[in-house]
Design a protein around this ligand. Structure first.
Ligand SMILES: [Zn+2]
Ligand SMILES: [Zn+2]
Length: 225
């Protein structure tokens, strides 16, 4: 396998420097050819006051930055369940709905970007959850299928499930064609309707992620038909 930190030594060097500089309470290490970041993360508010800190373990995938790392909270401070967006079995934090990742992430993103975009907001949300007794629940998409639907309804600004299914189905295609009927159900060809929006998200949401989502939609759709 092509391990990113071996193949791209320059990138790994700057990765280590960034963590040392920006997160001195975290340590970079390697085990079984994978890069890990372990230690304490301090979560601050917008006035730079530390609100709380968490023990974390970040596992960087072999093909970073094509894929984002996995994050676990290792101090048993947060219960593992769907409401808290931590997987009950493997403890992995669901930092972001997978189809949404590449709206914020690209292969040029750095580990500091990862911390700022995904990790810090995740733990800040956990602190807010604790303080408010879960009142901030709706600020994150629900876990799983419902969250997927929420996400697509929001980005399309549409409340129609069928339109969402159609849109995601189009995202699974290799190429989007302007002469297809628009996903929104207007009866118009896409090039005369929502083609720009379609193309925008086709460029940001990976086909493989859309395929997984579409499969999960299909299962539910077939059951409720
Ligand atoms: Zn989740
Ligand atoms: Zn349309």
């Amino acid at each position: 396998m092509d391990y990113w930190h071996i193949k791209n030594k320059g990138l790994f060097d700057s990765f280590k420097l960034e963590i040392n500089k920006n997160y001195p309470t975290l340590v970079v290490s390697i085990a079984d050819n994978l890069v890990y970041i372990k230690g304490t993360i301090r979560i601050k508010d917008d006035k730079n006051i530390v609100l709380d800190s968490f023990q974390i373990e970040i596992k960087v995938p072999y093909n970073f930055p094509q894929e984002i790392p996995e994050v676990r909270e290792t101090g048993n401070k947060i219960p593992l369940n769907k409401d808290r967006h931590l997987d009950e079995q493997n403890g992995i934090a669901c930092l972001c709905f997978k189809d949404e990742v590449f709206l914020f992430w690209s292969e040029k993103s750095t580990i500091t970007d990862f911390m700022k975009i995904f990790v810090e907001p995740f733990f800040l949300w956990q602190i807010e959850y604790e303080v408010s007794g879960g009142q901030n629940k709706d600020k994150a998409y629900a876990h799983g299928q419902d969250g997927a639907l929420q996400f697509y309804k929001e980005i399309l600004n549409i409340d129609d499930k069928k339109a969402v299914y159609k849109f995601v189905e189009y995202l699974t295609k290799k190429k989007i064609k302007g002469h297809w009927n628009c996903y929104c159900g207007s009866g118009q060809k896409m090039r005369d309707c929502h083609f720009d929006l379609m193309k925008k998200y086709k460029g940001q949401i990976r086909t493989k992620d859309a395929k997984k989502t579409f499969d999960s939609f299909k299962q539910v759709f077939n059951k409720t038909k």
